[in-house]
Design a protein around this ligand. Structure first.
Ligand SMILES: Cc1cc2nc3c(=O)[nH]c(=O)nc-3n(C[C@H](O)[C@H](O)[C@H](O)COP(=O)(O)OP(=O)(O)OC[C@H]3O[C@@H](n4cnc5c(N)ncnc54)[C@H](O)[C@@H]3O)c2cc1C
Length: 373
């Protein structure tokens, strides 16, 4: 048998599985239909988020994945560009959510800051946007569009993982994978990590999880004057959306107020995330629209809502927009991921919420532990 493990998909979920198996000494091949990573994994914020992830396995796997990101970053020459999170809260109802969150086990290491304290991390924070702020030290931020290729290169160079690019897998008949040009690749076990490509392999099994797609609009904003944001930035809208906060009973009054006063933002699934790249530009988003096949068009109205929230929170006079892009990820009601088991040696692993960059390294270890004992 040529390989112990075949991984279909070279996004971050596939790479997380390849890493976990390679660390166990397995011979791994990763197969992807694209010439280079092009899906959600390179379109996101690179924001490896712990605080705010849903309580339970999502938060736990995010903590583990964050640690693995730090190990891999050191070994693969990936820069950690920011650490931590400042969540600026301007609505009075938000403070109750922050207070309640800090009392949960997930609040460990986090603290409530004044505007002046928060400005030490984020100098451009408008004081009126952050009468209070939640600070979390747990996050790291990488530049996904360079970090994901560097993870793949590290896997190839350090562990001899074989990458087969521009190769679509059309069937998994364990222990054989069949490619679109008829090649047969043999591997004892297979993990299928197809992201939001859910009609190519095992479509009926994936359909059973109610998978659809979520479309997001993203922008790159260039400040007119240099700014240095030590931490990623979020706002009240994030408290109303991220499950680690939004599922707390204390979040109900905030969500009612957001629905009443931020109707367009809530209808377009908008919350603010701002991260910073090495060249000083800011990655800003995002919106959430759900459809089986979302249209590929960016709406100016949605961008304006995102930028309006940015301007409410950060003081960035004469900022400009240098890039706009759309991303999609797999989504399913009521679950943030699933692992399906078509046979003893085959797994399908899909993250069905916007947290794959934050959890993939943890999920990969979990799947590989379960496969190999
Ligand atoms: C705009 C945006 C912002 C986001 N922000 C964050 C964030 O801040 N933090 C966070 O944690 N997460 C974030 N996410 C979510 C995160 O990016 C995803 O959960 C994660 O990237 C999913 O990884 P994946 O490997 O499953 O998917 P993908 O990156 O889409 O990779 C799947 C791969 O499988 C390949 N493939 C599929 N089918 C086949 C086949 N039959 N044969 C060969 N290859 C195949 C595809 O070519 C693709 O390369 C965001 C997502 C988007 C779109």
């Amino acid at each position: 048998m040529a390989y112990d493990l075949a991984v279909v998909g070279a996004g971050i979920v596939g790479l997380g599985h390849a890493l976990a198996a390679a660390r166990r000494g397995k011979r791994v091949v990763v197969i992807d239909r694209d010439a280079q990573a092009n899906g959600a994994s390179v379109r996101n914020f690179g924001f490896v988020t712990v605080t705010g992830q849903g309580a339970g396995d999502c938060w736990q796997l995010a903590r583990r994945a964050r640690d693995v990101w730090q190990e891999v970053a050191d070994a693969a020459g990936i820069d950690i560009l920011q650490r931590g999170l400042v969540l600026a809260a301007r609505l009075p109802e938000s403070e109750a959510v922050i207070d309640a969150f800090l009392k949960t086990p997930m609040g460990e290491g986090c603290e409530k800051l004044t505007a002046a304290q928060a400005q030490r991390f984020v100098p451009n924070l408008r004081p009126q946007a952050a009468p209070v702020a939640l600070y979390s030290p747990h996050e790291v931020r990488v530049e996904s569009r360079t970090a994901v290729p560097l993870v793949a290169r590290f896997l190839a160079e350090r562990y001899g993982v074989v990458f087969r690019r521009s190769t679509s897998v059309v069937a998994v008949e364990a222990p054989r994978l069949i490619t679109a040009d008829g090649e047969v690749i043999e591997a004892e076990a297979t993990v299928v990590c197809p992201g939001d490509e859910y009609t190519a392999l095992f479509p009926e099994r994936i359909a059973a999880y109610g998978v659809t797609r979520c479309k997001l609009q993203m922008l790159r904003v260039v400040p007119a004057r240099p700014v240095a944001l030590q931490s990623a930035v979020m706002s009240d809208l994030g408290l109303g959306r991220y499950l680690g906060y939004a599922e707390l009973p204390e979040a109900a009054p905030l969500k009612r107020r957001l629905d009443a006063e931020f109707g367009p933002e809530r209808e377009n699934g908008i919350h603010l995330i701002v991260t910073q790249s090495a060249d000083g530009s800011l990655v800003v988003g995002d919106s959430h629209h759900y459809a089986t096949t979302p249209d590929p068009f960016g709406s100016q109205g949605v961008d304006d809502l995102i930028l309006g929230e940015l301007d409410a929170v950060l003081d960035l006079p004469s900022r400009t927009v240098s890039e706009r892009w759309i991303g999609t990820y797999a989504s399913a009601d009521g679950r943030w991921r699933f692992t399906d088991k078509p046979s003893e040696t085959v797994r399908i692993v899909i993250v069905t919420a916007g947290c794959g960059a934050s959890t993939a390294f943890g999920i990969g270890e979990e799947t590989i532990d379960e496969l190999y004992g």
